[in-house]
Design a protein around this ligand. Structure first.
Ligand SMILES: N[C@@H](CCC(=O)N[C@@H](CS)C(=O)NCC(=O)O)C(=O)O
Length: 241
């Protein structure tokens, strides 16, 4: 569904004509996701693909510092992905984007309709963004938490411990064998995929199938979904085996 564009000329054009700068004009594209391969933006990317409505993508290379380019800072002044551009509007923060996409497309059924179901989804997303994500950041980006390089090993170690504890709690929550919210697939499952990948990746390096079998079964079910396969291929990621 997505057409990928990766150049700043397109971004500048979107800014000029799409309404970030001049909100009175119609955008050239309906919806654009700014993402980086394997970053937390994966969750929003999967959900856009699940919905099936047209969207475009702009890939940022975080290692090269694309997120700090003035053109991107004009989209998200915090210099982070994801950012979702829609006509005259930019939304950041995965949890907000996931909820917005699900609510904009109720026909996709990616969020429960009942109040408690929605609250349970919010609970998961708040936990993942403030728990798992931040613990992981202590391991990968200790410089965010201290100016003293000699403190980095301690910050990394504590972050890894905390991340491991959170993975254990996630495993328990998923041990009923269903989706995060029970029988129904939702945006929460797409968000969970990010942290399963990070836990498997080189920064943490957990042996996911043996340490977290229920979560790994969840990740494998995710890998059967066409939208997930499409997005993994686009981002150049390896599916859970
Ligand atoms: N709270 C934000 C965090 C976004 C975030 O930290 N994104 C990372 C990638 S996972 C990023 O853009 N990092 C670039 C950098 O730190 O320079 C969210 O949940 O969307």
């Amino acid at each position: 569904m997505a057409r990928s564009r990766c150049n700043w000329a397109f971004l500048r054009a979107a800014l000029l004509y799409g309404g970030v700068v001049r909100s009175d004009k119609k955008s050239m594209t309906a919806r654009t996701l700014y993402y980086a391969p394997g970053a937390c933006s994966l969750a929003s990317h999967i959900v856009l693909e699940e919905i099936g409505a047209p969207y475009e993508t702009i890939r940022l290379d975080l290692a090269k510092g694309d997120q700090r380019a003035p053109e991107y800072l004009a989209v998200n002044e915090r210099g982070r992905v994801p950012a979702l551009y829609e006509e005259g509007w930019v939304l950041t923060e995965n949890a907000a984007i996931l909820r917005h996409l699900a609510r904009s497309h109720p026909e996709a059924g990616l969020l429960p309709e009942d109040l408690r179901g929605q609250a349970a989804a919010d609970e998961w997303m708040a936990w993942l963004s403030t728990g798992h994500h931040i613990a992981y950041a202590h391991v990968r980006r200790p410089e965010r938490y201290s100016a003293d390089e000699t403190a980095f090993p301690e910050i990394r170690a504590k972050g890894a411990d905390t991340f491991g504890d959170l993975c254990t709690m996630t495993e328990v929550r998923l041990s009923n064998g269903g989706w995060a919210l029970g029988e129904r697939y939702s945006v929460v499952d797409a968000y969970l995929m990010v942290f399963w990948l990070w836990a498997r990746g080189p920064t943490i390096g957990f042996d996911m199938p043996s340490l977290f079998p229920a979560w790994t079964a969840h990740a494998r079910r995710m890998a059967e979904r066409p939208a997930v396969r499409t997005v993994f291929a686009r981002e150049g990621l390896t599916l859970p085996a």
